[in-house]
Design a protein around this ligand. Sequence first.
Ligand code: KIV
Ligand code: ZN
Length: 503
Amino acid sequence: MADRIEIFDTTLRDGEQSPGASMHAHEKIQMARQLERLGVDIIEAGFPIASEQEFEGVRKVAAAVSKPRVAALARATKNDIERAAKALESAQRPVLHTFIATSDIHLEHKLRMSRAQVLDAAGEAVRKAKSLIGRVEFSAEDATRSDLDFLVEVTKATIQAGADVINLPDTVGYTTPEEIYEMFRRAISESPGSENVVFSCHNHDDLGLAVANALAAIRAGARQIECCINGIGERAGNTSLEEVVMAIRTRHENYPYECGVITEEIVATSNLLCKLTGLTVAYNKPIVGRNAFAHEAGIHQHGMIANRKTYEIMTPESVGRSRSDLVLGKHSGRHGLSRRCEQLGYHLTESEVEHLYKQFIALADRKKEVFDDDLRVLIASHRDESFETYHLDTVRTSGGEPPMAVVRIKKGDELLVDAATGDGPVDAAYRAIEKIVGVEGKVQEFVIRAATPGKDALGEAHVTVQFNGHMCNGQGASTDIIEAAVQAYIDALNKFLAVRNSQ
Ligand code: KIV
Ligand code: ZN
């Protein structure tokens, strides 16, 4: 049986204390339940002494989950430790996590304590924590910049005091894989009783080395990785949970360890965190970024179609994504284009592909990405050049109670008019269009923004509308934002009609 690596998730503590990531207690509960589904071993829920809200957050998370252990952080002081123990009262498997810095720079400028005083305080804190809670983790803050001999002294003293877990953090993201390997090797081999404790790593990502350092630490004998979803955390963040877990899983021959994470829950967990905090991830972020499984270059798309393993080292399904997206853009080739058309249900002849490809490249030159509904329109317009398009003639609105709109649209030479009321002038105009055309649409997304600077700026409207199960995007631009919004709706409607007519 391979060694087991425990995943200690600190999204709700170290992650949450980073700018823009703060969560209310009810949001922490939602996140904690998802982390439980994800299968993490430990959830660090917060730092109870920090505030009343933080205390409540930890208390509620402790009561909300049953499978993972729940940890609370405390400095190496009596008050902090008692407060953290109180917050953990309802936890089924509590962990009290206490810490003190061990580097000379922290001792001199922050703690104003000598090494001997820190050594005493660390042992004392572990004994106090142990008297209140069965499982205690001790962290030597800034371990990677500490004198290694002194760090080993602290490790010995805290093991002797009863610590169950010894965490040696790279607090400022400064270390390298070679250095961290050596630090863990020495701390483990030189501390009597180390075989009875779990060694843990906690790496910040200031130099982009957090995941590599975590992998080096486990090669040296660490068996717990502290990490955050989407790699959030102080400054540049912490070890990203999804990256380190997928590295272990994908390169199992190099890292022959087991961990309990259900990787198919990764994307759902990442999305929930984005939704709760509003912190989005970069498109190119490994595992969870929008483009992480997307292949645009023609040669890559060709390879993927022949055999996915040409450019795919793990499947999108294994992290909970539905499929690998072939993003179509100006670098895509005929192969990728016809494959996507097949996926959309169109089986094109060679000459149709040739014709479509020219139109597609012209469009891709103007737009960065070509979406499925753009393709459908191109195919539809090629197969039936005469499909009818609605054009906006005028829209008049009144902001009375209820708001009302009169819309005139053209279909060829025919002028069609109707009026409707709605929740606002734009809604009223959309309802009037529905009455004219006889097709119902549900607006899923609606964005208005200024496309040009100045007082008479051109307003650009983008809508995504669902017609009969089809999602269609539409765009409009006008100095009148209501007109832009109506144009965008008609644009989406025309796309839907083109698709419907072509099937
Ligand atoms: O980065 C750090 O050193 C920490 C400790 C409190 C574990 O977050
Ligand atoms: Zn940290």
